[in-house]
Design a protein around this ligand. Structure first.
Ligand code: MLC
Ligand code: AMP
Length: 502
């Protein structure tokens, strides 16, 4: 029996000397060298005692090793669980505990010894420079490993996505969820072996890991693999690339740089944007500065990619295009789930081989969002416009997207409510020129109590990843509520909406 995902993404690359990864300093790693590393890593994973279906949690900086760890999990049938490097140990503890990960692989500077021992997991170190206890074991391991058989419906990865209750949910993704989506996108976006993708995204999310990396592997193309987004590094690397994928902040930051010119981008084939709304204004400015029309697409952790603007046809600013081949999409009435006519605003539902199989250990949450007929309720609101393109007009879920990272207000409110002197809190997103949206925490003091905002900020740093921390904390007398007692965040958004402007 074969291993579907491994065979399709990596299987035919053995012995291939072509570069898979090209680093900022010009050095390269060939497919063959990458796959040897992968096999060594798979041997280490197996020697530590992980079995098929066990979970491996990874909190490591972006590196070739991090990708080889992903490949090694696929090869050995272990479920890969990548974690944002910004997460605090308190946040990581939840993911390790909830997933039951047997092995945690982390950079040395993440203080996870207590987390691992609390959950009975093995902790190994793998650092961005290739050193660490995991790397030491790999150095003496064989570079031959018999790929473990896995099929289309077997689980390949867990990606955690936050929930409205403040508890993160592990989205279970199968081999076929990942493979079918990469196979669709490679065709839709015309990737082939000549492509050189400029990769500046993090690799612990769908966008940088599955969309970008899986497509490049499938196409046997190359990636310029930057450690993170920086306008300087991207502008340096652009002349050597053919395509780039980014979140809208990448494009607004590039537009802020006078070095972004038609000359710099003349040879580029494709710029893609997703993970957060790209303002129509950014789309238009980018075209007038470079001559390129950004191709915007729409996806989610649970569904991979759902829709895309066309490669050849009109890429319409302010829309995310049409359902991808194999994806069914409908707009429904949030109250009763009935399909609405084109033009009407409702919740976006999607079904297809790209859609995950459920949340780990949360059958009720799964039932709430994944219908029996296979349609997934995205929580996004949209309408199909007169040209048949999907416009996302808002969200039916209380979610903030800052620079492409999701932040669930409930999680932050739970932490704020615990602060000394705080009676209650509400967290909202407000338009932000760099991050698209940014976080404001609105606090009400307990009667007669004083609230020390500086002390609160310092405390938040201990529990919440930096990107989730409110960029502004404000005190109010009371929170506006409707007759049902529900906080009216729309009123707060109206009041504080211009906090980060100008
Ligand atoms: C970093 N910071 C952020 C932040 N990223 N704060 C809010 N929102 C973010 N997204 C913090 C830093 O810790 C720092 O804190 C400060 O903000 C400024 O740092 P920076 O140097 O400007 O940040 P930078 O490293 O440049 O990161 C910004 C970014 C990055 C936009 C380049 O966040 C990024 O690469 N985002 C991509 C996210 C992504 O891949 N999403 C895909 C999800 S998958 P301080 O203390 O110094 O102020 C998905 C499905 C789909 O959604 O459809 O794709
Ligand atoms: P995540 O949970 O990180 O996968 O984020 C998924 C969410 O990002 C979606 O539900 C949308 O709200 C949002 N999103 C992704 N792509 C786009 C886009 N092109 N335009 C608007 N929102 C987007």
């Amino acid at each position: 029996m074969s291993n579907l995902l491994y065979d399709r993404l990596f299987g035919s690359h053995q012995g291939e000397q072509k570069p898979f990864l090209i680093f900022a300093d010009g050095s390269q790693q060939s497919y063959d060298s990458f796959l040897r590393q992968t096999a060594r890593f798979a041997n280490v994973i197996q020697s530590i005692g992980l079995d098929v279906g066990d979970r491996l949690a990874a909190q490591i900086e972006k590196s070739a090793e991090a990708l080889a760890l992903y490949a090694a999990c696929v090869k050995s049938g272990v479920i890969f669980l990548p974690l944002n490097t910004a997460y605090t140990p308190a946040e990581v503890s939840y993911f390790v505990g909830d997933s039951g990960a047997k092995l945690v692989v982390a950079d040395q500077y993440f203080d996870l010894a207590a987390v691992a021992s609390e959950h009975g997991a093995v902790l190994e170190r793998l650092n961005a420079d290739g050193s660490g206890s995991f790397a030491d074991r790999a150095a003496t391991a064989s570079d031959i490993f018999a790929t473990v058989p896995r099929g289309a419906d077997d689980l390949a990865a867990f990606l955690y996505t936050s929930g409205t209750t403040g508890r993160s949910k592990g989205a279970m993704l199968t081999q076929n969820n990942l493979l079918s989506n990469a196979e669709t996108l490679i065709g839709e976006w015309r990737f082939d072996a000549n492509d050189v993708l400029l990769h500046a995204l993090p690799i612990f999310h769908t966008h940088g890991l599955f969309v970008a990396t899986n497509i490049i592997l499938l196409a046997k193309a190359s990636m310029i693999f930057l450690p993170k987004f920086s306008a300087d590094m991207v502008i340096d690397a652009l002349p050597k690339a053919s395509s780039m994928m980014g979140v809208p902040t990448f494009y607004t930051r590039l537009l802020d740089d006078p070095r972004l010119t038609p000359d710099l981008t003349r040879h580029m084939r494709l710029f893609i944007s997703g993970s957060a709304p790209l303002l129509a204004e950014t789309h238009i400015q980018f075209e007038s500065r470079t001559g390129h029309r950004i191709l915007e697409r729409y996806g989610m952790t649970e569904t991979n990619m759902n829709t895309s603007n066309p490669y050849d046809g009109e890429r319409r600013a302010g829309t995310v295009g049409m359902a991808l081949p194999g994806v069914d999409m409908k707009i429904t009435n949030p109250d009763n789930g009935e399909a609405l006519a084109d033009g009407e605003i409702g919740q976006i539902e999607v079904r297809g081989p790209n859609v995950f199989v459920g949340y780990w250990n949360m059958p009720e949450k799964t039932r709430e969002e994944l219908r029996e007929d296979g349609f997934f309720i995205t929580g996004d609101l949209g309408r199909i416009d007169e040209y048949g393109y999907l416009q996302i007009v808002g969200r039916n879920k209380d979610l903030i997207i800052s620079g492409g990272y999701n932040i669930y207000p409930k999680e932050i409110e739970l932490v704020l409510d615990e602060q000394p002197g705080v009676l209650e809190s509400a967290v909202i997103g407000a338009p932000h020129p760099d991050f698209g949206e940014s976080v404001i925490g609105i606090l009400v003091a307990d009667s007669g109590q004083s609230v020390d905002l500086d002390a609160i900020e310092a405390d938040l740093g201990k529990t919440l990843a930096r990107f989730k921390q409110p960029r502004k904390l404000v005190m109010v007398e009371s929170l506006p509520r409707n007759t049902m007692g529900k906080v009216q965040k729309n009123i707060l958004r109206d009041e504080f909406g211009s906090t980060f402007q100008g």
